[in-house]
Design a protein around this ligand. Structure first.
Ligand code: DX5
Ligand code: ZN
Length: 227
């Protein structure tokens, strides 16, 4: 059974002056999940938003909130993001000394847990915690900014992680540089959750549905689900 295909627009590429409207717009345009990039200016060289903004966005969509934490340490903030309405919280192994404990904490808070690999981080990092996660996120750019060029060599790692996951109930997500052009390779490598920022938000709200559906069609074609 192939893992279900999900498109997760990253609101990092949205208009921050009207975040609520933007979340509603991508929800109505067909987003499966809402991807929320949290950056601290320390773990990554950019600063975005915190739990209060996640909480303020919560009433604007019933879709799963997929919170990607690019912060170190992450542990002191896990509860706040869970209480703010996150459904899935993903952390980088480099964000703290006790990855297994952090993942336990996320699950104990009632959230799904994800682990994220930077382009330079090997998949061996996550092998010991595979039974602790609901999702593995493979970065196809170095985290910190939207609109960066896709690093194609991560596809080999995605393929290896897909084999590691095997029959486990774990989603394999890709984030960074996902477009209709790069989608076929990441899907062929085994990714089933596609995060896309600039490729979804370009052109403004009237284009969101077409942008999401173009990525979905490219993915379905690569999965052999669409002629
Ligand atoms: C990068 C973020 C991504 C980013 C993707 O650090 O984790 O989610 O928004 O943006 P695009 O799709 O524009 O590469
Ligand atoms: Zn992200």
């Amino acid at each position: 059974m192939p893992r279900p295909l999900r498109i997760a627009p990253s609101i990092l590429a949205s208009d921050f002056a009207k975040l609520g409207e933007e979340v509603r717009a991508v929800d109505e345009a067909g987003a499966d999940w809402i991807h929320i990039d949290v950056m601290d200016g320390h773990f990554v060289p950019n600063i975005t938003l915190g739990p209060d903004i996640v909480k303020a966005l919560r009433p604007h969509s019933a879709k799963p909130f997929d919170v990607h934490l690019m912060i170190a340490p992450a542990d002191p903030y896990l509860e706040a993001f869970a209480k703010a309405g996150a459904d899935l919280i993903s952390i980088h192994p480099e964000a703290g000394p006790h990855l297994h404990r952090s993942l336990q904490t996320i699950r104990a808070l009632g959230n799904k847990a994800g682990v994220v690999l930077n382009p330079g981080t090997p998949e061996a990092m996550i092998e010991p915690v595979l039974d602790m996660v609901d999702l593995v996120l493979c970065m196809a750019v170095n985290p910190g900014f939207g609109g960066q060029a896709f690093i194609g060599s991560v596809c080999d790692k995605v393929r290896r992680i897909s084999a590691m996951i095997g029959g486990r109930d774990i989603d394999l997500q890709i984030d960074g540089g996902v477009t209709t052009e790069t989608t076929p390779q990441v899907v062929a490598a085994g990714a089933n959750v596609l995060v896309a920022g600039s490729a979804v938000f370009r052109g403004g709200p009237s284009a969101y549905n077409a942008n999401i559906e173009a990525i979905r069609r490219a993915a379905e074609q690569a999965r052999g689900e669409w002629a």
